[in-house]
Design a protein around this ligand. Sequence first.
Ligand code: MRU
Length: 362
Amino acid sequence: MNDTFKKLPDTVMLDESAPALVIIDQTLLPTELKLISLYEQDEIWGAIKKLKVRGAPAIGVAAGIALYLAAHAIYKKGVCDGTEFLCKLKEAKDYLASSRPTAVNLFWALDRMYKAAELFIKGGGTVEACIDRLCEECKAIRDEDIASSRAIGEYGLTLLKDGFGILTHCNAGQLATVRYGTALAPIHVGREKGMKFKVYCDETRPLLQGARLSSYELMCDGVDTTVICDNMASQVMKDGKIQAVIVGADRIAANGDAANKIGTSGVAILAKYYGIPFYVAAPRSTIDVTLKSGELIPIEQRKPDEVTEMWYESRMAPQGVGVFNPAFDVTPNELITAIITECGIIKPNYTENIAKIMEVKK
Ligand code: MRU
């Protein structure tokens, strides 16, 4: 094994001494494994936008830490009045929330942090003590993410057998969470238990999360990994190489419709055609019960040059051509065999069973 293929550090970390948000810069992978420290709101906003940190749960954890850093900076500037502090914290929260629209974990984590601050200040706490409170809360979000990912791995593994061929799309692995991942968690957990899988990673145009990230992460863990172009998925399924598809999600509506990386819905349609189970793995923080169906999920549109130029030595499409670059699509619930969460596996009827799982106390 090449020595770049070693186990990875956590994807998102808090350096309490600085304080700083520390992330693996995913734009450099797989060529370089580099940790970077981020301090200012602008650089964190940019890191989320540019996908230096990406994947719904990882974005949530990073945003939680970012709001703690914002609170710290507001206090250091001399703001000691609770009302003024909350007002400035809300500005920081709204700013961070504008970085990406689809992954609901971003909004979930920011709201959770802000509510913790509001409750603390309105309960008579000082701004100084609130900084410690927010530090605890962002660490709790991080720790819960690790525990959820692990549990998703254990539950997901019950759906797999040793020797399975598994197809995945985008990266919903450790690099999209803090540790283990969602879609790739059952594979990492199975690997720990000595099971062997053969994993096919869709390259995932246009940003290549499958080719660059999933394949790297799986190889770090010693998993038998094959990259395919997105348009080869049908062929590998037809050839009988795939016994299960597992993907992540950026937002799951109350009826089970699931937004994930562009191309996911096509994979789900293929899986249905070939009679292969199609699983979505996600923590409950990815479920947005305020949205009745997937049609209401906001879909991020990204810059045209990701399609026409990025990764190519020179531009590959004529100047002036129209480009459509939605970052996500929505897989309708009827194509989803089951949703794997940290509290168990949900099967249809999703509207009823999602409502039930959201009630489960941790
Ligand atoms: O644009 P990205 O790379 O952030 O998209 C990520 C995905 O679509 C993941 O599959 C999803 O966030 C789930 S990550 C556990």
